[in-house]
Design a protein around this ligand. Structure first.
Ligand code: NAP
Length: 260
């Protein structure tokens, strides 16, 4: 994979990737390393998975910094980011990728706690991590923030039983566009990325759910999508994301199908 970066805009940069232990986050961290990013902090809960990503990042030529953290606990975020910048220095690129697809199933029976957990991780945590890193990016006049969203925002009716997930991502895109306008002309760009349907543990987890619990329509859709052989690899999706970072776009909803 080669990222077209003739100006070397990514070379030597420092990045943070959340949800970097597997799937799209892991592939994005490796793609950033291959594109010349020098230092990449890897955040998720599972230390062992992060160590696996760190080995790949280092093999691709970048320094990796592993920081296990539960981003579903908003009380930890400011301290973790302060500790990170104290260790790896100024952060230029932030990829807010960690998310949960749960809860799934009939919306009318959904608990408030399960919806709060989803919104906390998928929508609030990206804003808190961004908020902790933005002042430094603005002061230095350059930064890239990407919020990993989902194509489900454009077609929420196709994911019966996934209404909370769709709502968290719709809110994330609205936050993205609003914050991008707020920080326009600072040198910091804030965009969202719809990564496509990607063959990851998230999709595997959906297929492993009891259809009687999550709903047969939802379950059958994901089983059929996998069986079709049309799921993207995490690497292909990550290439689309990283390819956009060399541009000055702001407040855009990028899609994996866009040319990058
Ligand atoms: N796969 C798809 O088809 C698809 C489609 C559209 C959008 N997306 C989006 O793409 C992104 C990545 O998805 P994926 O498919 O790669 O998912 P995945 O394979 O499940 O990976 C999710 C990553 O997020 C981390 N994470 C989950 N909960 C966390 C928490 N509370 N705190 C910190 N990290 C946490 C996970 O690590 P731990 O569990 O160890 O914490 C893991 O590293 C998500 O935003 C997802 O919504 C995926």
């Amino acid at each position: 994979m080669t990222i077209d970066d003739p100006g070397g805009i990514l070379a030597g940069r420092t990045a943070v990737v959340t949800g970097a232990g597997r799937g799209i986050g892991r592939a994005t961290a490796v793609a950033l390393a291959r594109a010349g990013v020098a230092t990449i902090a890897l955040l998720a809960r599972s230390a062992g998975q992060l160590e696996g990503t760190a080995r790949l990042v280092e093999a691709a030529g970048a320094r990796a910094h592993v920081r296990p953290v539960d981003l579903g606990d908003p009380t930890q975020i400011a301290d973790v980011v302060a500790e990170l910048t104290g260790t790896i220095g100024d952060v230029d690129i932030l990829i807010n990728n960690a998310a949960t697809v749960a809860p799934l199933g009939p919306t009318a029976t959904r608990s408030a706690a399960s919806m709060l957990d989803a919104f906390t991780l998928n929508t609030i945590a990206p804003v808190l991590v961004t908020g902790a890193l933005l002042p430094g990016m603005v002061a230095r006049g350059w930064g890239r923030v990407v919020n990993v969203s989902s194509g489900i925002v454009a077609h929420p009716a196709v994911m019966i039983g996934g209404s909370t997930y769709a709502a968290t991502k719709a809110a994330l895109e609205t936050q993205t566009i609003s914050m991008a306008a707020e920080y326009a002309d600072t040198g910091v760009t804030i965009n969202a990325y719809r990564p496509g349907s990607v063959d990851t543990a998230m999709q595997e987890w959906i297929r492993a759910q009891d259809p009687d619990q999550v709903g047969h329509v939802l379950h059958d859709r994901f089983v059929a999508s996998h069986a079709s052989g049309r799921l993207l690899t995490p690497e292909a999706s990550a290439e689309g994301l990283v390819g956009h970072l060399t541009r000055a776009d702001n407040g855009q909803i990028w899609d994996v199908t866009d040319p990058s």
